[in-house]
Design a protein around this ligand. Structure first.
Ligand SMILES: NC(=O)C1=CN([C@@H]2O[C@H](COP(=O)(O)OP(=O)(O)OC[C@H]3O[C@@H](n4cnc5c(N)ncnc54)[C@H](OP(=O)(O)O)[C@@H]3O)[C@@H](O)[C@H]2O)C=CC1
Ligand SMILES: CCCCCCCCCCCCCCCC(=O)[C@@H](N)CO
Length: 304
């Protein structure tokens, strides 16, 4: 399947993009309009930003019959998800892009930041996928529909600074794997994207609180542009991949944790997985050493 193009047909389809007011979601919405989607609905909490993005995408329409619209609401709330789904005639494709992280040391996070992490990164996808699937189940499965979950490389390698975020992205991997089973009768294909860093508005926000040690560890994942990240996602969707990475480092790290999820160049991953399993223990010793030095430095700065 993987070797044939056009496995992802957005033409004349109705697409919902959660978190579509900025970053990856907004760029995906634009590309889907360019690809001839009949209707693209972007969803987020801030109405002014949604209006701005709709105005930005409008000129990219390739036909007057296309619709780019928005819905406002907090998708961590189930009733909001249900209302948005109810307002649509049909749904063919959902991109679950809502998500954001506050990178800090665990004990520096406030209780509100902790619960926001769960709500924004997990509950938005949990609730909206449930509400959307309840509707899509009743539609005729005469063409392939798609769910695309946006996880993170951090679901594969979680490390210091991301306690508020990475565990929820790992939960998304699990949720997507389960929904992939449960949608088999409905001709809905489930994809999970594991992006590395990309330079969105959300990423710029993250950088403000990100501890030095976190920046140090994620050094090999340089932020790519939002456009390049979006193009990579669409390239792999077109070729039918269910597990998608947006940079090479993410794909390499994934070899250390293959499990039951669909593979991406599986045979090479298995071989690389073996090699990685020999290297990783040394990498862990090195990283632990770096983390201890970081805390020593922090403590010496605190005590004058
Ligand atoms: N940028 C990066 O480096 C990486 C990002 N990712 C993931 O990719 C996805 C897209 O990232 P990015 O483009 O950076 O995201 P941004 O932070 O730039 O945008 C997040 C979007 O989600 C919306 N959103 C947040 N909370 C809610 C909510 N409760 N209900 C509805 N909408 C919500 C925001 O709008 P509003 O606040 O108005 O609701 C905004 O539209 C996210 O899931 C992110 O975790 C993964 C790996 C790397
Ligand atoms: C042999 C072992 C080699 C190990 C190399 C380690 C490289 C680590 C790369 C981590 C990339 C993290 C990207 C985070 C993206 C994200 O989700 C945030 N921007 C939050 O949104």
């Amino acid at each position: 399947m993987v070797f044939f193009s056009n496995q992802f047909d957005a033409k004349d389809k109705t697409v919902v993009v959660t978190g579509g007011s900025q970053g990856l979601g907004a760029e995906l919405a634009k590309q889907l309009i360019i690809r001839g989607a009949a209707k693209v609905i972007i969803v987020a909490r801030t109405e002014s930003k949604l209006q701005e993005t709709v105005n930005y995408i409008e000129p990219f329409k390739i036909s007057d019959s296309q619709v780019i619209d928005y819905a406002t609401g907090d998708l961590a709330n189930y009733d909001t998800c249900a209302k948005i789904v109810e307002s649509l005639d049909t749904i063919d494709i959902v991109f679950f892009c809502a998500g954001s992280s506050v990178p800090k040391l665990f004990l520096d996070l406030t209780p509100r930041e902790l619960s926001n992490g769960v709500n924004i990164n997990y509950n938005t996808a949990l609730n909206f996928s449930h509400a959307a699937l309840s509707k899509m189940k009743l539609q005729s499965p005469d063409h392939t529909r798609h769910f695309i979950f946006c996880s993170s490389v951090l679901a594969i390698y979680p490390f210091i600074g991301y306690a508020q975020y990475a565990p929820l992205k790992a939960a998304l991997r699990s949720l997507a794997d389960i929904i992939r089973h449960e949608t088999l009768p409905y001709n809905i294909k489930v994809h999970t994207v594991y992006p590395g860093n990309f330079a969105s508005e959300g990423f710029a926000e993250e950088e403000k609180t990100k501890p030095e040690i976190t920046k140090q560890i994620e050094g090999p994942s340089n932020a790519v542009s939002v456009e390049s990240c979006t193009n990579n996602v669409l390239w792999f969707l077109d070729r039918g991949y269910e597990t998608i990475f947006t940079d090479v480092i993410g794909w390499i790290l994934s070899c250390s944790m293959l499990g039951f999820s669909p593979k991406c160049l599986g045979l090479v991953q298995i071989i690389l997985g073996f090699i990685l399993s020999l290297i990783v223990p040394f990498y862990v010793i090195f990283t632990n050493f770096e983390i201890k030095s970081y805390f020593k430095k922090l403590n010496s700065q605190k005590q004058p």
